[in-house]
Design a protein around this ligand. Structure first.
Ligand code: FES
Length: 346
């Protein structure tokens, strides 16, 4: 089907294959259509169908709660075209801007599952076709027999990679987290769409780094830390990482953090914020480079960073309430919106 998009910045056209969502088709064409989660939860991909027929896959998607359906509003990530159509998008759209990795759909196979804590699993997806992606980006994964898609940030980054590394936290009633921890995940075929996400790190931006993450949101921060390490970035810049978990036993990637701190020229600080265990403000018993603090990660970060926000680029990832709390504290602390990067998916 031929799709026309009227945006504030102009009019664009692309083709949409049968069964493909309008969001995926537009993004794969190189358009920067508005989106955050790509999975129906955030509501950012709102558009109005001006003409043509469409099919909505998930009417009850949380992101659809505020849509004016009687006016033809839809979520692009949940909608497929049934024929040629015209959409209006209430924001600026660009076509193939610089530094933009154009996403595409790929087949993949789940491999190398590894338990990191009682409820966190690290796994890899071997891709049928290689992918280029920046530190901080994510993909959307669809698994067999599981309804809907999930967004996960890559722990790795690079060009022409035929393997992506991801981490998932098991949540109560969480379909994918349960499935990945079960016996059928290793070797399973999945569908991957990406790379997505604008919370990316580029060393030439020349800013100090502040990273605030909760649970499996730390994945993207690991890729940013790795990228920074490749450039020996902390020789000349400060870095602050705040990683929120419930208790000490829920912490993971601590060895990698300790190693990064060792190589950080005294300019990298990593704090593990424990929301449900008060061990005082001490060093981690095994990984001495990592500090411990008691409290919710965004509050711990706000207290530790007061007066030190100058010149930082802030990256935030985790459960939506944590992301909202962190962004609020950053803004109160004087960090401009342009210096806050996040992708909210929950
Ligand atoms: Fe479509 Fe989030 S609801 S991008």
């Amino acid at each position: 089907c031929a799709v026309t998009v009227d945006a504030r910045s102009g009019t664009f056209a692309f083709d949409c294959a049968p069964g493909e969502t309008l969001l995926y088709a537009g993004l794969a064409h190189g358009l920067t259509l508005p989106h955050e989660c790509a999975t129906g939860t955030c509501g950012t991909c709102r558009a109005r169908v001006m003409s043509g027929e469409v099919d909505v896959a998930w009417e009850e998607a949380p992101g659809a709660a505020k849509l004016k359906r009687d006016k033809g509003d839809v979520l692009l990530c949940q909608t497929r075209a049934l024929g040629d159509c015209v959409l209006r998008v209430p924001s600026d759209v660009l076509e193939k801007p610089v530094r933009h990795q154009i996403p595409a759909a790929r087949h993949g196979v789940i491999e190398n599952l590894r338990r990191l804590t009682s409820d966190v699993t690290h796994f890899e997806i071997a891709l049928a076709e290689p992918m280029d992606f920046d530190a901080g980006q994510f993909v959307v994964v669809e698994a067999p027999g599981l309804q809907g898609a999930r967004a996960y940030s890559m722990v790795n980054h690079g060009s022409g990679l035929d393997r992506i590394e991801l981490v998932v936290k098991r949540k109560p009633g969480g379909g994918f987290g349960d499935w990945i921890a079960g016996p059928t995940a290793e070797g399973a075929k999945v569908e991957v769409f990406g790379p997505l996400g604008r919370a990316t790190f580029h060393p030439d931006e020349d800013r100090d780094l502040l990273m605030i993450a909760g649970g499996s949101g730390i994945a993207g921060m690991m890729s940013i830390l790795a990228r920074a390490g490749e450039e020996d970035y902390f020789r000349t810049h400060k870095g602050y990482v705040f990683f929120g978990v419930r208790t000490l036993a829920d912490g993971f990637y601590l060895e990698q953090f300790a190693r990064s701190v060792d190589r950080g020229h005294g300019n990298l600080e990593v704090t593990l914020a424990l929301s449900h265990e008060n061990l005082g403000d001490v060093r981690h018993p095994e990984h001495g480079g990592v500090k411990l603090a008691y409290g919710f990660v965004h509050e711990v970060a706000a207290a530790a960073m007061a007066g030190r926000y100058d010149g930082v680029m802030a990256y935030v990832a985790g459960p939506p309430p944590m992301v909202d709390g962190a962004i609020r504290s950053l803004i109160i602390g004087g960090v401009g919106r342009a210096a806050i990067r996040y992708d909210k998916f929950g």
